[in-house]
Design a protein around this ligand. Structure first.
Ligand code: SF4
Length: 320
């Protein structure tokens, strides 16, 4: 069966083996983020509606699961803002009933989480990852370029209200994603304000992301490792007590502030013996997962290492 609405599975470091579910056929969004990998909006879509057939989505997922190993996550993402779909509630409910062992993840720009219907729709999910790139009006307008009916305080209050409601259910998590655009939201003052918003909202993790694919606007650059570490340190100093992950992807060794030839050699040596899961490699090399992932990024970019999905897990192996 050829699939139109699902893609992957992708070996994702944060979500595990993730099968993507796209609720749209063309870019459909109420934001027009400068870093969007789907390109610029040709028009804003700001009203919720029915975009693709939910039955078709369910039958594609059913076919996929009947013929492939089970992924760890069914991830609603793709070419637009998933909460614009009026079918998301039905799909989440149906998928949680049919496949209770698979985690349901929704990546959202967070703009509609103040809406009680959207909140209700998302309740059957297990993990919701709202973006919050900006806590000042100026940065919000510059990075996310929202459709004009979404004032920032309403969006922030909506994320907080939803987070509170969603996390009351057992085992549910909210991870807040912040996309750092150098020169717009990476300064000390913005980071301090972000720290207090994070504490007001209440969530389980913060993920600092930055550019690693061609953006909608050419002026957007990737934040350096140093800047991302500094933002994390500032958030911690300002009282953020939950884990803060850095999601940056690396292309070349010079991007690493602390490059060690011996760590890279140990990774290559370990993987030349046999394919390994990330935690095994970390134990073998004697370095934290966060320390070895930049090396894996670079070796993957160079085509020397590959991530493969085997028996429902992600393994790294050397390319011969
Ligand atoms: S919210 Fe997502 S899909 Fe919409 S413009 Fe931003 S990055 Fe693109």
């Amino acid at each position: 069966m050829a699939y139109k609405h699902i893609y992957g599975p992708v070996p994702s470091r944060r979500l595990g083996i993730s099968l993507g579910v796209d609720l749209f056929e063309t870019k459909t969004c109420n934001f027009n983020c400068v870093y969007c990998e789907c390109g610029k909006n040709s028009r804003y879509v700001y009203e919720r509606g029915h975009f693709v057939s939910p039955e078709e989505i369910l039958s594609e997922i059913e076919d996929f699961l009947a013929n492939h190993p089970t992924p760890q996550s069914l991830t609603f993402s793709g070419s637009g803002e998933p909460t614009l779909s009026l079918d998301i509630g039905f799909l989440l409910k149906e998928l949680s009933r049919r496949y209770p062992a698979i985690r349901l993840t929704v990546l959202t720009n967070g703009s509609l989480l103040w809406d009680r219907d959207v909140q209700q729709d998302l309740l059957p999910a297990h993990l919701v990852v709202p973006s919050l790139d900006a806590v000042t009006e100026e940065a919000y307008l510059k990075i996310d370029r929202p459709y004009k009916i979404y004032p920032l305080p309403k969006v922030i209050d909506g994320i907080g209200e939803f987070s509170h409601r969603f996390r009351k259910q057992e085992g549910r998590e909210i991870w807040l994603e912040v996309f750092i655009v150098p020169g717009v939201n990476d300064d000390e003052s913005h980071t301090r304000q972000l720290a207090s918003v994070i504490q007001e909202i209440g969530c389980d993790r913060v993920q600092l992301n930055t550019l690693d694919r061609p953006p909608a606007e050419e002026w957007v650059k990737s934040a350096s490792e140093e800047v991302l570490r500094h933002i994390r340190e500032t958030l911690v100093r300002q009282g953020v007590k939950i884990p803060i992950d850095i999601l940056k992807r690396y292309n070349v060794r010079s991007e690493l502030t602390r490059y060690h030839q011996d760590v890279e050699s140990a990774i290559r040596e370990a993987l030349s013996r046999r394919p390994m899961r990330l935690y095994e490699l970390s134990l073998m090399v004697g370095a934290e997962v966060e320390e070895i992932t930049p090396y894996l990024d670079i070796l993957q970019r160079e085509g020397k290492v590959k991530a493969i999905i085997q028996e429902g897990e992600i393994f790294y192996h050397m390319v011969k």
